[in-house]
Design a protein around this ligand. Structure first.
Ligand code: NAP
Length: 418
């Protein structure tokens, strides 16, 4: 294993090859170099477990013909200790160069110049899609009676909306000037003493996100894409997101996508064979529909803030907030990550659930086209949980509670179940 040191570019290990890109498609060799950030706090524990399972699943699925050549890159506390920087430029460059990478959770430095390392990486690499698949794994404790009915993949726009960080604190000179402009020149009514934020939603940003969601549905044989928005209230941002989404479908996927309206008007309420249906739902309705009619939804495409709420709400429904996987994906570069934080109170205790990082690694394998390895790892993960071999978080929720295993023991059991 090679490690990136501050100030030195990450070189490809002699025995691996970089993933290439032809047009829109990754070209993945049998020995791809994949950079990893092990993460802070409990990161090293869950990374060790994840790597053991992934290596074993790949070896098994391809009978030793394929393997990942891991290369460590630094970010977070480990990077700061080694290089004085929280996010060395070499790390970002290595992820861009090798195209597919994975990371554990990172501590957000308090008081530093960086708002969040995760946000910084998303911005620097233009990872505009936050993809969160949410499905049920048998044996996982869930608050729902039928958690297995939910199986959605959420595409959340990752760069715009109120997350763009364009805001002015109440009482500041900048805030006064913005308020003066908006009230005096634009005729807006804004109460004195208001904090002010801007919500940019662009045609470019909306279309590229919905385009990816539709492509995903086509590639993975998913029946529908639903645009989730708050366009009834925020017409020129959320409403425009919806309209641009429909425009992408009709301009670029005319033969492959049919709208819900067309299904009713022209096809007697039945989606024509082989087509993906596109529809839209207002966000508040979407939250209740996911609870009351989960099986009617498949791929969801939404703006940044809606997507943030929706991802966690959906993950909680399948009992999987602690094992929810995620990927931040751009054009030709993708970074998969555990969606929880560093859980620092458990650091180094070999205690926490590696499920979020492991399932993110499975997303990564699918992204590379290594579906067989991903399927094998997920099946073994599920079999292990069904056998009630679980870490403390699930152990305490099971009825009756069971004795928990360590992170490393959980990983070893998954490897045995492969
Ligand atoms: P957190 O690290 O997610 O931990 C909150 C609680 O969630 C833990 O105390 C634990 O619950 C549970 N939990 C988290 N990971 C778990 C796992 N792998 N297995 C089982 N249970 C798990 O959130 P936080 O305490 O708010 O944040 C801590 C640090 O993480 C902060 O520095 C924050 O900035 C950072 N953070 C990073 C990311 C990221 O890198 N993507 C995301 C969020 C937060 P119990 O106490 O009930 O056992």
């Amino acid at each position: 294993m090679k490690r990136a040191r501050g100030g030195r570019p990450v070189e490809a290990p002699a025995d691996g090859h970089a993933i290439g890109l032809r047009g829109d498609r990754l070209e993945v060799p049998d020995d791809p170099v994949v950079p990893f950030i092990e993460g802070d706090g409990t990161g090293p524990d869950i990374w060790r477990a994840t790597r053991a399972v992934v290596d074993a699943a790949v070896a098994k699925a391809y009978a030793g013909r394929r393997r990942i050549v891991w290369v460590e890159v630094l970010a977070g506390e480990k990077a700061h200790r080694a290089t004085g920087e929280w996010l060395p430029a070499e790390t970002v460059a290595a992820i861009a160069r090798y195209r597919v990478a994975i990371k554990g959770p990172l501590t957000t430095p308090v008081g530093g110049g960086i708002r969040s390392l995760n946000v910084a990486m998303r911005q620097q690499l233009d990872l505009y899609q936050c993809i969160r698949p949410v499905r049920y794994f048998r044996g996982v404790p869930s608050p729902m009676r039928h958690p297995e009915k939910l199986d959605v993949v959420i595409f959340r726009e990752n760069t715009e909306d109120v997350y763009a960080g364009i805001e002015w604190q109440a009482g500041t000179e900048a805030n006064r000037r913005v308020r003066d402009f908006l009230t005096k020149e634009m005729g807006a009514e804004i109460r004195e003493g208001s904090g002010i934020g801007i919500k940019p939603v662009s045609e470019f940003g909306s279309k590229r996100l919905v385009r990816r969601a539709i492509q995903y549905a086509l590639v993975y044989g998913r029946p529908s894409v639903t645009i989730i928005h708050k366009g009834n209230i925020q017409k020129y941002t959320e409403g425009a997101f919806r309209d641009w989404g429909y425009a992408v479908a009709s301009d670029e996927f005319a033969g492959e996508v049919v709208t819900e309206k067309e299904v009713w008007d022209a096809h007697g309420g039945k989606v024509p064979e082989g087509k993906v249906m596109l529809n839209d739902r207002i966000a508040d309705n979407a939250f209740q529909q996911l609870l009351t009619r989960p099986s009617e939804y498949s791929v969801l495409a939404t703006t940044n803030l809606n997507g943030d709420y929706l991802s966690d709400a959906a993950a909680a429904q399948v009992g999987g907030l602690g094992i929810a996987p995620g990927g931040n994906v751009g054009d030709g570069v993708a970074l998969f990550e555990a969606t929880h934080g560093t859980a620092p109170k458990y650091a180094g205790q070999d205690k926490v659930n590696p499920g979020s990082l492991l399932l993110s690694a499975c997303m990564m394998l699918r992204h590379m086209g290594w579906r067989e390895a991903a399927d094998a790892a997920e099946r073994a993960f599920e079999a292990t949980i069904m056998a009630k071999v679980v870490t403390y978080d699930f152990a305490r929720q099971l009825d009756p509670p069971v004795e928990p295993v360590k992170t490393s023991e959980f990983a070893a059991a998954i490897v045995r179940n492969l």
